[in-house]
Ligand binder design. Structure first.
Ligand code: BGC
Length: 567
């Protein structure tokens, strides 16, 4: 229960909370709109077998932390697990060598079944990450495919003859496509005397989605995991599954630090066949009620994100991650999203993930400590859309610098030679839980170094501190659960007359909430709009103590976020 140390603002939230926690909406798919998804990077979450790498049992141990039904827990609705399948380990699990099994490093299938059962017992749904654009080069499908041009699986990957030979006899690549991780997207195979395509590493050959046998095999994998009780899937680089059938070269464009950004990706992704594939996937997924899918939009626009969104199917677009710390920039980006999605469409809200610098680091503003982190948390959990919270974001975990000798991210290791690349290990530091060796993450040396702040920035110390980032997240999430205006309500930007403030109104059938976010270092006085009910706005949550008084004017303190209601 909420600790007695808490003051007025907690009382206000308690008053706002319903008697019992709000369960996901009656319409099963509606639950994916109102719910909060928490991304677990299994390697870095919690290690129970003492090998320095997180595992499924570690996730199980912390399910109560994630949601035990009380406002003392975080209160999330679903966990998305980054890949847990056997992998050759060239891209931290995003190079799968068996889609139906669990990597020994994480545990066994029965550990997984226990995790699903225990998550479900707490009302937490489980989303798996399916990496279907490519497999590992060690996947038996690829091993068989590369063995001959005529075998059963010869056409399961994208193989092409060379576009001629150089005078020195070197095979020329079929087109100009480049790998996202640097270097050409084609690797020569001496056995087949052909090139194969890889959008990422040579150890991640792209599947040939135009081959019906590939399609059938992949759909079978989806069925297998649905039968094992999972509630949804995240599809890795979803919009890259199909390439143009003729594989034409991409046009070049000016600018861009990396070769990949110096091409217009007309032919190596975003092909029209994707829409029909999605319909087929949804048909299978919809055989069970309430299953969701979310596609990662690999380097795409907000408009593409909106176009690929479908009932039960969300799309990650990373437009918010790209915004600088500026009220105007966020207001503009959200106006663009709202215009693209329209009131009937449903976006996702993502500020951090395992590929990007953590939001707490991007917004880090030394002298103000966690003030910006709390404003960002308010944004993440009150915008219109399904929020995805990345493990550690709830304690304001920062990126952790990793010296060259310890780098695990293959793209970063290659980058020295092939392209400039941000080392993604920095955003994947092990979770600091509390006291003990490695802040309770593992008794062994962790696979990646811990944050140097772990002794003070961890779950236990933030649980004990009612002013911590974690305590704020908990209040915010439980408040969101109790107020449909904040979760499923409509969105309307509110002009508040100060360039350092971003404000918006969320409205559901019978309630409204006004969110005011101060991005600036100066205190400002702003006039609040008239409330829909005509009653004065009443603050129910603020990043600062005490709550601002009710009224039509607000003295916003530096870097303060406030949520008002009018009932
Ligand atoms: C994943 C990355 C991965 C890449 C290739 C992505 O977008 O999120 O972590 O390296 O796909 O699978």
């Amino acid at each position: 229960m909420i600790s007695s140390q808490m003051g007025d603002r907690d009382q206000a939230i308690m008053d706002a909370l319903p008697e019992a926690p709000v369960t996901p909406a009656a319409d099963a798919l509606e639950g994916w709109r109102s719910g909060v998804v928490y991304q677990v990077y299994p390697r870095s979450f919690s290690d129970t077998d003492g090998d320095g790498v997180g595992d499924l049992a570690g996730i199980l141990d912390h399910l109560d932390y994630l949601n035990d039904g009380s406002p003392d827990s975080l209160g999330i609705d679903a966990i998305w697990l980054s890949p847990i399948y056997p992998s050759a380990g060239f891209d931290s699990g995003y190079d799968v060598s068996d889609y139906s099994a669990i990597d020994r490093i994480f545990g066994t299938l029965s550990d997984f079944e226990r995790l699903v059962a225990e998550a479900h017992r707490r009302g937490i749904r489980v989303i798996l990450d399916l990496v279907l654009n490519h497999t590992s080069h060690l996947h038996p499908w690829f091993v068989e495919s590369r063995a001959s041009r005529t075998g059963l699986r010869s056409d399961w990957y994208i193989w092409r003859d060379p576009a001629g030979y150089s005078p020195a006899g070197r095979p020329r690549r079929p087109n100009n496509w480049v790998s996202f991780f640097g270097g050409p997207a084609w690797t020569w195979d001496a056995t087949r005397e052909q090139f194969y395509l890889h959008t990422f590493l040579p150890q991640q050959p792209d599947l040939n989605w135009r081959n019906p046998a590939v399609r059938a095999a992949v759909l079978e994998i989806i069925r297998t995991w649905l039968d094992r009780g999972v509630d949804g899937f995240r599809f890795d680089v979803f919009n890259a599954f199909f390439k143009h059938a003729d594989l034409p070269s991409n046009p070049y464009r000016l600018g861009g630090r990396r070769a990949y950004s110096r091409q217009v990706h007309l032919y190596d992704k975003n092909q029209p066949e994707l829409v029909e594939l999605l319909a087929e996937i949804r048909q299978i997924v919809d055989e069970l009620p309430g299953r969701m899918t979310v596609g990662e939009l690999f380097e795409g626009s907000v408009r593409q994100a909106a176009a690929y969104t479908a009932p039960g199917h969300l799309i990650f677009d990373f437009s918010l991650i790209r915004q600088p710390w500026s009220a105007r920039a966020f207001a503009r980006a959200i106006a663009e999203r709202e215009a693209a999605f329209g009131p009937g469409g449903w976006p996702t809200i993502v500020l951090s993930n395992h590929d990007q610098s953590r939001s707490a680091s991007r917004y880090d503003d030394g002298p103000h400590g966690d003030a910006r982190v709390k404003v960002a948390a308010t944004l993440l959990l009150t915008l219109r859309g399904t929020p995805f919270l990345y493990y550690g974001e709830e304690i304001g975990l920062r990126d952790v610098a990793v010296p060259w000798a310890e780098i695990q991210d293959p793209a970063a290791r290659r980058s020295r030679f092939l392209s400039s690349w941000w080392n993604r290990d920095q955003a994947r530091a092990p979770m600091p839980w509390g006291l003990g060796p490695n802040a309770g993450f593992s008794t062994a040396r962790p696979w990646l170094r811990m944050s140097p702040e772990s002794a003070t920035r961890n779950v236990a110390s933030q649980t004990a501190d009612p002013r911590s980032v974690l305590s704020y997240y908990r209040r915010l999430i439980w408040l969101r659960r109790s107020r449909s205006a904040l979760s499923v309500g409509s969105y309307e930007a509110v002009g508040i007359g100060d360039a350092s403030v971003f404000a918006y109104l969320r409205r559901a059938a019978d309630q409204a909430a006004l969110v005011v976010l101060g991005f600036g270092r100066r205190a400002v006085t702003v006039a609040l709009p008239e409330s829909p009910s005509g009653r004065p706005w009443r603050a129910i949550l603020s990043t600062h103590d005490p709550l601002p008084p009710a009224g039509d004017r607000l003295e916003l303190r530096p870097l303060e976020a406030v949520i008002f209601v009018d009932d």
